[in-house]
Design a protein around this ligand. Structure first.
Ligand code: 5AD
Ligand code: SF4
Length: 476
């Protein structure tokens, strides 16, 4: 896997979930350990899982060896993501041998994809739970305690966990994710997500605004609204029979509602689909200073024939027009993307269309992947995975190299300017430096200044950069 800076959709990221904020209501004396892989949605789901189990008296631990319940929240998007999970499960084996009462559970996309096959393949696993069945976890753990193994992989058309107040895990106390919808109806031919996360459904906007407000009052200063395809967010309140349905809340309206919580609360969102991102959303972004000027707009390929095979439902011209609209309506907007190299039947000339699209847009960053065929997807059924691995890798290297040039070029345009930065914490490399992001989502590093604390906004004059980080000093 190649990438420039880290963010969502990176299956190599993993995190243990450790609760920093709240003690369980009444401890049941059992400890929970959760590890998450994959997209931000999975990390956000782990916070829902922790909330459900905390209500039942579990405490969280950072050390799986001392846990009574060990969960691994998995990603299926590429084969190597699944391989990592299998390797990790092997590492849990000796802990379970020492503590036979330990419950080991697989959650998320891989659980949904493999269902009860998981129990046959991995003798260590006691529970397999899909993304829509987390409310059933306490009951499933009980079944395991009674000596059975348990599976719930039912997908739902309604579940949004709207009423569950996620507990914030591994939090910096400043930035948080809010899940606004679940599932995906797009059926991109390479993608396993519609099969593992089910049909698209949007969460009640009032519960989203409430969550944002609660976070703000708890000191958070940035929320990222999460969904597989946020631009198709659509909510109509359910009504009694015979009553007129209320107005539809679309994504632009939701953004406006969340931006209205407080001007000091920054709002970000991810992921946008090029076919759905509307001028209305762009104008809403331009209108509110606290909606960050940054869009993650996965292109996947720059060639119209490949986009058609991918079932992306837009072509090269459409995508370029959407980028033109972004540049016109929000001139200072950062844009990032996802790119797949070596999709079925991709020719060298078609690969060059991806490179020329990159030259056209000049992305701030990109998440770049070699195509990995996933069982059950439309592409696996319809098309031969016929690009040799070394060609996929070679094209990936070309894309990564091109992106590195563009990232540096984009970052250089930020040098010599003052940026508004939200302080997120100390820099990873040095505890005499703070780090935080500018509006365009680029990391900025600058010396600690005793007058400002984590969670404050500061103006930073940027005087230099690397290909992923801006470096500067606070100015008054
Ligand atoms: N092979 C390679 N990359 C994939 N992605 C999704 N499915 C596959 C696959 N089968 C990438 C896409 C998507 C991102 C989340 O992961 O670029 O936008
Ligand atoms: Fe997968 Fe396409 Fe849905 Fe994204 S929009 S989750 S790539 S099917």
């Amino acid at each position: 896997m190649f990438e420039i800076p880290t963010k969502e959709h990176d299956e190599s990221r993993q995190g243990e979930a450790v609760l920093l904020e709240k003690d369980p209501k009444k401890s049941n004396g059992r400890k929970l350990y959760i590890e998450s892989y994959g997209c931000q949605m999975n990390f956000s789901d782990s916070e829902i899982v922790a909330s459900i189990l905390l209500d039942k008296g579990f405490e969280t631990t950072r050390d799986y060896k001392e846990a009574d319940v060990v969960f691994i929240n998995t990603c299926s998007i590429r084969e190597n993501a699944e391989q990592r999970v299998r390797n990790r499960l092997k590492e849990f084996e000796s802990a379970k041998a020492k503590n036979p009462g330990m419950v080991v559970g697989v959650l998320g996309c891989m659980a949904e994809r493999l269902k009860s096959k998981f129990l046959e393949e991995e003798k260590l696993v006691d529970v397999v739970v899909g993304p829509d069945a987390y409310r059933d976890l306490p009951n499933l753990i009980e079944k395991v305690d009674e000596g059975s193994r348990a599976v719930n992989v039912l997908l739902s058309r309604e579940e949004t966990y709207a009423d569950i107040n996620p507990v914030r895990l591994n939090t910096n106390g400043v930035t948080a994710f809010i899940s606004i919808m679940r599932g995906c109806d797009n059926m991109c031919s390479f993608c396993v997500v519609p099969f593992t996360r089910g049909r698209e459904r949007s969460r009640d906007p009032q519960s989203i605004v409430r969550e944002a407000r609660d976070l703000f009052h708890a000191g958070y200063r940035e929320v990222t609204l999460l969904g597989q395809n946020v631009d198709s967010y659509k909510y109509t309140a359910p009504v009694a029979e015979g009553e007129e349905p209320g107005p539809v809340v679309n994504f632009a309206a939701l953004l406006e509602m969340v931006a209205g919580v407080d001007p000091l609360l920054r709002v970000r969102f991810s992921t946008s689909h090029p076919k759905d991102i509307t001028d209305e959303v762009l104008y809403t972004m331009a209108k509110y200073e606290n909606i960050c000027k940054y869009i993650h707009l996965p292109v996947q390929s720059g060639n119209s024939r490949i986009l058609k095979l991918m079932n992306r439902t837009y072509d090269r011209e459409w995508y370029m027009e959407r980028v033109d609209a972004i540049r016109r309506i929000i001139p200072d907007c950062g844009i990032s993307t996802d790119i797949i190299t070596g999709f079925c039947s991709e020719t060298e000339a078609e690969h060059h269309d991806t490179l020329s699209m990159m030259d056209y847009v000049k992305y701030d960053f990109a998440y770049m992947f070699a195509y990995s065929e996933r069982p059950g997807t439309l592409a696996a059924k319809r098309y031969a995975d016929d690009i040799p691995e070394e060609i996929k890798k070679q094209r990936l290297t070309e894309v990564v190299d091109r992106q590195r040039e563009h990232s540096l070029e984009r970052l250089q345009t930020y040098v010599g300017k003052v940026h508004k930065v939200l302080i997120e914490g100390l820099s990873k490399r040095s505890d005499t430096d703070y780090c935080g992001r500018n509006d365009q989502n680029t990391m900025v590093v600058f010396p600690v200044d005793g007058r400002y604390r984590v969670g404050d906004y500061v103006q930073v004059y940027v005087d230099r950069c690397t290909s992923a980080t801006l470096i500067g000093t606070i100015v008054d």
